[in-house]
Design a protein around this ligand. Structure first.
Ligand code: F0G
Length: 425
């Protein structure tokens, strides 16, 4: 029997998990839903069980599949396509606390996943489902990280991968990965929102199987970012989860994770979500400020190319998450993102620009008194520092930048080394 099904977030109509569909007949988005009462008859859903002793295919289960009974309860070990994603670190940093003014901050580094971003958490579940459905090929539109992750997991599952990326707007580390892992990479003369439109058309007209976050199985995997953080905090519930918003997949997944954590009796108090958008790509922030009466798509522009998105596809699910968690949405400028990045990098942690919107947002919300002194804040760093080396080089080679750390050229003599050493003293 199946414990899970697809359910419309508006009209409630349900469909079988094996139906290949991404919207309801009424046009609204679909969730993966689970019948917890039925799952509980067979499996323990008690939060104390999530130790590292769970295994998949004789491998440690990783941070997604340790929660398998709340993600895809029915699967057998053999069906799962996994690279042991998750189990990412939760950093403390005196330097970042001092810079943001947030004394009780944790940074969960999703850039430490197998392909360097949180996307792997969703990809393991969505590729598993794609294979279970007998799909031969998978596709996505991407600002870079989804394409890198898709390429790696498609290879693992021995499927053909096809990715669409916007010309001139994807960081070099990410394109390199898509090419290297073997996905067919189409560079589209348009922006991310054009790529996304093409993926929807390809799904409807050509039957291509999309692995963007319109695929509800992606979000089931991304829920585990929240659950794993709670586990690492030994279920001491933080006041805030702060993270960047682009296509709003994480916003949708995190709200669902917390809603289900309450349903399952794992937490009694609801933490608040704070979604941070780049000012040049902030349709969700604008909608939040008008009470979600409407969202006007934007022509997006930001240095944080991962979140350079003007028409987020998960808008309706994201509103639900903000309402479930009494959440908020804030925006930060590219200069604020860059400044935050220089500090995160110099703290020895490092992250790509979009991730640094998280820390810029925390600093701003502390400054506004929205996040109060002493409140526990979990900031999500979504992507690895090495994804976008160009932004780093451009900053540090520019001596006009206040915190620039440019390299120094010397002759091959010990005298030149000694001179630099003495200057540093
Ligand atoms: N941070 C990073 C590093 C990302 O790659 C993305 C999205 C986000 C934040 C925003 O997350 O879409 O769930 O709101 N990247 C997608 C991609 C769009 O194609 O790689 P979201």
């Amino acid at each position: 029997m199946s414990y899970s099904f697809l359910g419309c977030i508006e009209c409630g109509k349900t469909y079988q998990l094996t139906d290949v569909r991404f919207t309801c007949n009424c046009g609204s988005m679909l969730d993966v839903r689970h019948d917890w009462a039925e799952v509980r008859k067979k499996y323990s859903l008690d939060r104390v069980q999530f130790d590292s002793s769970l295994h998949v295919n004789q491998q440690p289960a990783g941070g997604v599949w340790r929660f398998r009974r709340m993600v895809m309860p029915d699967l057998t070990d053999e069906e799962i396509v996994s690279k042991q994603e998750g189990n990412t670190r939760l950093y403390r940093s005196i330097k970042i606390s001092a810079w943001t003014g947030c004394s009780n901050i944790y940074l969960k580094h999703e850039g430490e996943n197998p392909t360097g971003s949180f996307k792997d958490r969703g990809m393991t579940v969505a590729v598993t489902q794609a294979r279970a459905l007998g799909q031969q090929a998978v596709t996505c539109a991407s600002t870079g990280n989804t394409s890198a992750s898709l390429a790696a997991y498609a290879s693992e599952a021995d499927m053909a991968g096809l990715v669409l990326i916007p010309k001139g707007s994807v960081a070099v580390g990410k394109i390199s990965q898509a090419l290297a892992y073997g996905a067919k990479t189409l560079v589209v003369d348009g922006d991310f929102d054009d790529c996304m439109r093409l993926i929807r058309e390809a799904q409807e007209q050509l039957g291509a199987y999309p692995l963007n976050s319109i695929n509800p199985f992606r979000l089931e995997g991304q829920k585990t970012i929240i659950w794993e953080a709670l586990l690492q905090l030994q279920w001491k519930i933080p006041d805030w989860f702060v993270f960047p918003g682009g296509n709003l997949g994480n916003t949708s997944a995190f709200g669902k994770a917390l809603h289900e954590a309450v349903e399952l009796g794992w937490i009694e108090k609801m933490p608040r979500l704070a979604v941070i958008q780049a000012a040049g790509a902030s349709p969700f922030y604008e909608a939040f400020t008008n009470g979600f009466q409407s969202m006007t798509p934007q022509k997006a522009d930001t240095i944080a190319t991962a979140i350079k998105i003007g028409n987020p596809v998960n808008y309706s699910k994201a509103i639900r998450s903000i309402r479930w968690t009494n959440g908020i949405v804030e925006s930060v400028t590219d200069e604020e993102i860059l400044e935050a990045k220089v500090h995160i990098d110099a703290a020895g942690i490092g992250a790509e620009p979009a991730s640094c919107a998280t820390v810029a947002g925390i600093k701003k919300l502390i400054g506004q008194g929205v996040i109060k002194e002493g409140e526990a804040v979990v900031g999500i760093l979504t992507g690895n520092i090495l994804k976008d080396p160009q932004v780093i080089v451009d900053y540090h080679f520019n001596k006009a930048r206040p915190l620039a750390n440019p390299p120094v050229e010397i002759r091959a003599t010990i005298g030149d080394v000694a001179k630099i050493l003495s200057e540093r003293k």
